[in-house]
Ligand binder design. Sequence first.
Ligand SMILES: *Cc1c(COP(=O)(O)O)cnc(C)c1O
Length: 502
Amino acid sequence: MNLNTFNALCLPPGATLHEALARLDATAQGILLVTDAQGRLLRTVTDGDLRRAALAGVSNEAPLSALPAHPPHTVSLQASQRDVLALMDAQRIDHVPVVDAAGRVVDLVTRRELSQRVYLSSPHLGEDEVALVQEAFTSNWIAPLGPHVDAFERELAARVGVQHAAATSSGTAALHLGLRLLGVGPGDVVLCSSLTFVASANPIKQLGATPVFIDSEPQSWNLSPQALAVALAALQAEGITPKAAVVVNLYGQSAEMDDIAPLLERYGVPMLEDAAESLGATYRDRPSGSFGKLAVFSFNGNKIITTSGGGMLVSNDAALIEHARKLSTQAREPARHYEHIEDGYNYRLSNVLAGIGRGQLRVLEQRVQSRREVFAQYRDALSAVPGLRWMAEPDGHQSTRWLSAFVLAGGDGESPQARRDALLDFLERHNVEARPVWKPMHLQPLYAACRYFPHAPGQDVSRALFEGGVCLPSGSNMSAAQRARVCELVAHGLELSWRSAA
Ligand SMILES: *Cc1c(COP(=O)(O)O)cnc(C)c1O
């Protein structure tokens, strides 16, 4: 419910039973909150309370204070959804008011919302997937490899505007293969965006190489060309040429390739584009994932399209993709028996899952449109909320808005992180799945010893984005009612975070 609805639930103890009945009717939430002049909750009033009062002969014109005393069951702003549910079950109630440290009632959680979770990004199947999977069953291609895999590779390559593609069991597997194909091995240095999911960096370490992390730039949140230039020059001065650069396209948007690609080229560093989050996006009218020497996509369950799990490695270099196919099937040599010269992996996508992927690819454009609409609705609905800055979509970019994300300002003695956590707690209490922005790799204990180049001296952009950043539910299958619910909750939650700081 929005703030106005919530405020309309609050009545003074001097209001009459008749007024309460009318208010219950008008607000239709099944509950009212009786508050004193300071906003402290005295009791709740339900239909049942009013009915029992009428049966007991209490006059319609009597004040609410004439009702038998009934101390309310409440939770604090620190309560989790589990706490709320436990209280509902123990007291057999369907509404739990939330009170702040001063005892003022500031929110209400209803059992109805606790039965309807809004997910961050859930799978959204189209109409063709079942038939395509059925085809795999009918033809008994329940194997890795098969006609769906070949077709999925062709169709994805065509969609992304690259010549060749190899389907893999995950995006992480594709990243591992891609780095290996670029010759990354023990002792090498590999550049990597710091603001990303850990899967961008782990294969670097697993190949025995050392990641060097690069900050984001403030507008688009993607790899800072400025920091990259400093890093390349600094490493060159030490006689180090990075073996590769993992450039991440964050939350559905390409990195600034016009600046990044020539820089990497000048230093002779091949780009592995981590486009796991940016399938369907374009940069200067070119599809995301067509800029790197190699690029990686993911079809994990939370991505814009999904095969439940899967990935793709793409390139215009036929030999690289041919090699990827070999390495991903245990690096078998062409011989009748099992002959091995290189060590390989079991990284191929199954033919069944590729069938799902083909169906998903057919609805990719609709999924992009839906996610952009979700973002536009959030931006419009929350335009009046102060202290909130959306991830920008600079000129030349078409983002998919895979996740709608914003960063909060601090203020009034409250840090951005404190406001972010208060908002996330609030949303979780209302059964809405939201997340902090990725915690940058250079802040992870796993990579604490690695070098890091900030956007500018003393300006750690990705850290600030993490501390104040929030990703909202962004699924293409969110209903209009769910979107509206999240908008109202975010506005309410942020209002509270300002008020509690004031
Ligand atoms: C999801 C993701 C991956 C990993 O993909 P999986 O298919 O889950 O292995 C890699 N990088 C980024 C940026 C991602 O978001």
